[in-house]
Design a protein around this ligand. Structure first.
Ligand code: PLP
Length: 400
């Protein structure tokens, strides 16, 4: 019979997928499920972006493209990095793939030898550790507490680095915590990296355009030019432009790495979708003003959700600086019993209870490497969020 390869055998189907499947099944049975699990904006792709794709189709841009991005898209990315991030890349330092997920996959496959270590601040986006393991690397998970703002400290980073460390992966604003690193937060981490010249830095800036209050987004290659030649700056159109289904991600980094990544890509996908690349050119070169409106809308939702959660006895929610997630502690509810006598022993039990009894789907912290917490994605309407919060509050009150 079939036995999976050892590089896959260690990896589980994620709890996000399991909860999602249960939520969908309950929905099909007619239960009024509210799904706060999905990591994608509820907005539509902007009209001018769709228009760019339609024009590309009609103009015959329907064939294989250059391996790691059309010249037009690489130029749009180059201009974006320089305009928004104050980092200048030449075209050979830019790569485009089928989502930021494939960028990460290409980078790890292109750089890791078996046993190489990758430092991952925890809680982390589940794919980080799984991709590292598929590439036969070793994830080194470093717990970042709520008290520390879910941010890695310089001391923790210094202690985690060994002669086998190849990469440090940072994600700001973060999925799942919503925590973000200001320039002042980054500085001591970058100083540690300057002292360890063998270590590469991957920064995932996917949520750069979704930040709140007066938070000022910065990317490490701009803060510390001496690290630019060992930093991979990852970004994409999925979250900012509500383009999750178009599957375009990109990165800027040192030429040798970008070239090695293109070798992986050449035997995985040949190139990203031509039509999606044209749409991404329209997105990056077009009028960016709609981003402000969407950001304001996300901020109203964040404020609604954070206030609603903190009003529930037993739940504590830190105010996130960005992304569209809250990551709340539920330690205060553990050990309590449901009306029919089930004990809530873990964050996973709590999330299963919310799904079965409150009909709200959220994801336990265990899926992101840190318990007892749960993640809510608030990329949905204020009406639905208000209803979900009142159901969660009632479910928590019913625990004894
Ligand atoms: N990085 C982070 C932190 C994410 O949350 C996601 C998606 O959930 C991605 C990258 C991947 O984005 P995509 O592959 O759609 O470009």
């Amino acid at each position: 019979g079939f036995a999976p390869a050892s590089r896959i055998a260690r990896i589980d189907v994620s709890e996000i997928v399991r909860i999602g499947a249960r939520a969908q099944a309950l929905k099909r049975e007619g239960k009024p499920i509210i799904i706060l699990g999905a990591g994608e904006p509820d907005f539509d792709t902007p009209h001018f972006v769709k228009q760019g794709a339609v024009e590309a189709i009609m103009a015959g841009d329907t064939k294989y493209t250059a391996l790691d991005g059309t010249p037009a898209l690489k130029q749009a990315i180059q201009a974006k990095f320089s305009r928004e991030n104050n980092v200048d890349y030449v075209l050979d330092e830019i790569t485009v793939a089928t989502g930021a997920k494939q960028i990460l996959f290409n980078a790890m496959m292109a750089s890791l030898n078996a046993g190489d270590e990758v430092v991952i601040p925890t809680p982390y986006w589940t794919s980080y550790s799984d991709i590292v393991q598929i590439a036969e690397g070793v994830p080194v998970l470093v717990t970042c507490t709520a008290e520390a703002g879910f941010r890695l400290t310089a001391e923790q980073l210094d202690a985690a680095i060994t002669p086998k460390t190849k990469w440090v992966l940072l994600n700001s604003p973060s999925n799942p915590s919503g925590a973000a690193y200001s320039e002042a937060d980054y500085r001591p981490l970058l100083d540690v990296l300057l002292r360890h010249p063998q270590v590469m830095l991957l920064v995932d800036d996917m949520y750069e355009h979704i930040t709140y209050d007066d938070f000022r987004f910065v990317t490490p290659a701009a803060i510390e030019p001496r690290l630019k030649n060992r930093t991979l700056t990852v970004n994409g159109v999925s979250k900012a432009y509500a383009m999750t289904g178009w599957r375009i991600g990109y990165a800027g980094g040192p030429k040798a790495l970008i070239k090695a990544m293109s070798v992986v890509q050449s035997q995985a996908t040949s190139c990203p979708s031509s039509v999606s690349q044209a749409a991404s050119v329209a997105a990056l070169n077009g009028d960016q003003s709609f981003l402000q409106e969407r950001k304001a809308s996300f901020q109203r939702r964040r404020d609604l959700v954070v206030a609603g959660l903190n009003a529930i006895e037993g739940i504590t929610c830190r105010v996130p600086e960005g992304a569209f997630y809250t990551f709340s502690g539920c330690a205060g509810l553990l050990g309590r019993k449901t009306a029919d006598g089930r004990v809530i022993a873990t964050d996973s039990d709590f999330c299963n209870y919310l799904l079965s009894d409150a009909h709200v789907a959220v994801v336990p912290g265990s899926a992101f490497g840190l318990s007892p917490f749960f993640r809510i994605s608030y990329a949905t309407s204020e009406a639905e969020l208000t209803e979900a919060l009142s159901r969660i509050a009632r479910a928590c009150e019913a625990l004894t």
